[in-house]
Design a protein around this ligand. Structure first.
Ligand SMILES: *Cc1c(COP(=O)(O)O)cnc(C)c1O
Length: 393
């Protein structure tokens, strides 16, 4: 059966050229970088090179790059690390209601430990309001954490403006840029970013490796204590093969960014246009340049996203729904609720995210198989039946 993968926001495959560079570090080049012989100098050099690629991609210094176990660890470290290191200055953190759970659940944890958190509302397209951000700042505010681009509805936040506000008020600004890297230019200096999270497996690198960028001079508590790796700030023998993979993947992502973003935008708009011809459907999140290139999120009234996913799976299409993605729970997505959708509309939403392997044929295939699925599910739906009855009156 044909497989059409449209869940690139969940994870990507590893590009062959990335895997190729990683391979020797599993076998012959296995030396512990902290040791004192040629075998270890070789791995230590490989890490330096990867760090250099990442620093170049973000426009920062190599000693501002810290390797972590992925996006979630980077988010946890940034928020807990700043909170505990600066608690003498204040105990207030500002974030938004549409953040990834790695940010939201970390903030909720801190609330149980003496910190106060403001969760900014967003408008119907998922944008925070800059005036509300400014008004939320108090003399106790130490950190603002706002994601660069939303993983569900693709909203790209006004990062530069947020960075400027934080710099003027002398507050640290952390951004979860896991979805932005490789899709939008990310320059930590130009955007006044103090801390930034990224993960390799969203940009055709391996899973379980990420980076926290920490601007030079910022005091932060460790999340992982132990040996002196990562300049004493993140212990544990380096995941060398994955670090090399991330270095290669980010190099490719930045090199091809313009071309990639252009192609993804075209595919996205083709898909959205095709799917919005289905009656009672709507786009969740913004249109145009303020939306992540490869992201489409469409709501279909009167039906459940879960049943759309099952039917799509039957046709070989991998996608995501508007329910909480991970736990298998059927709670509607906090992001869709935050943009003001009622529960039933949030439940009827479908996320299709495209990437390097996506072709126009894939897009057209989805546009072809989805309408009959929606119609069939509506024919079985009591909500649809009610709607038809109302129409007759
Ligand atoms: C995937 C993702 C994460 C989590 O990254 P992991 O590497 O899976 O821990 C965090 N934030 C966003 C926006 C993501 O898309």
């Amino acid at each position: 059966m044909k497989t059409v993968y449209m869940d690139y926001a969940a994870t990507t495959y590893v590009k062959p050229e990335v895997l190729n560079e990683m391979m020797p570090y599993f076998t012959e080049k296995f030396g512990n970088p902290s040791s004192f012989y040629d075998l270890s100098r070789e791995t230590s050099r490989a890490i330096d090179e990867a760090r250099g690629n990442i620093a170049k991609a973000l426009n920062c210094e190599t000693n501002e790059i810290y390797f972590t176990g992925g996006g979630s660890e980077s988010d946890n470290w940034a928020i807990k690390g700043i909170a505990y290191a600066h608690k003498n200055k204040g105990n207030h953190i500002i974030t938004s209601k549409v953040e990834h759970h790695a940010v939201l659940h970390t903030c909720e944890y801190l609330e149980k430990n003496g910190f106060e958190v403001t969760y900014l509302d967003v408008d119907e397209d998922g944008f925070i309001n800059l005036k509300e951000l400014e008004n939320a700042i108090t003399d106790k505010t130490i950190l603002v954490s706002i994601m660069f681009a939303n993983n569900e509805i693709g909203t790209i936040q006004p990062i530069k403006e947020i960075g400027t506000i934080c710099r003027e008020r002398k507050i640290f600004f952390h951004t979860d840029a896991v979805q932005a890297i490789g899709n939008i230019p990310v320059d930590v200096k130009e955007l006044n970013i103090s801390l930034l999270s990224l993960a390799a497996h969203k940009i055709y690198g391996p899973k379980g490796i990420g980076v926290l960028y920490i601007k030079r001079g910022i005091k932060i508590d460790n999340l992982i204590h132990g040996g002196g790796q990562e300049r004493g700030r993140r212990a544990g023998t380096e995941n060398i093969a994955s670090i090399v993979g991330l270095g290669k993947a980010i190099g490719l992502a930045v090199e091809n960014l313009d071309e990639h973003a252009k192609r993804m935008t075209e595919l996205r708009d083709r898909l959205i246009k095709g799917l919005l011809t289905i009656p009672y459907s709507n786009l969740n999140g913004p249109e145009g340049e303020q939306r992540l290139p490869g992201n489409a999120n469409i709501g279909f009234e009167f039906i459940e996203g879960e049943s759309i996913l099952l039917s799509l799976d039957f046709e070989g299409v991998c996608a995501s729904s508007g329910s909480a993605c991970t736990s298998g729970s059927l709670d509607p997505s906090h992001v869709l609720l935050a943009i003001g959708l009622p529960h039933e509309r949030a439940h009827g939403s479908l996320r299709l995210t495209m990437g390097d392997g996506t072709t126009e044929e894939d897009v057209d295939y989805v546009i072809e198989v989805l309408p009959p699925i929606i119609q069939r599910l509506r024919n079985m739906s009591p909500l649809w039946e009610d709607h038809l009855k109302k129409g007759e009156k």
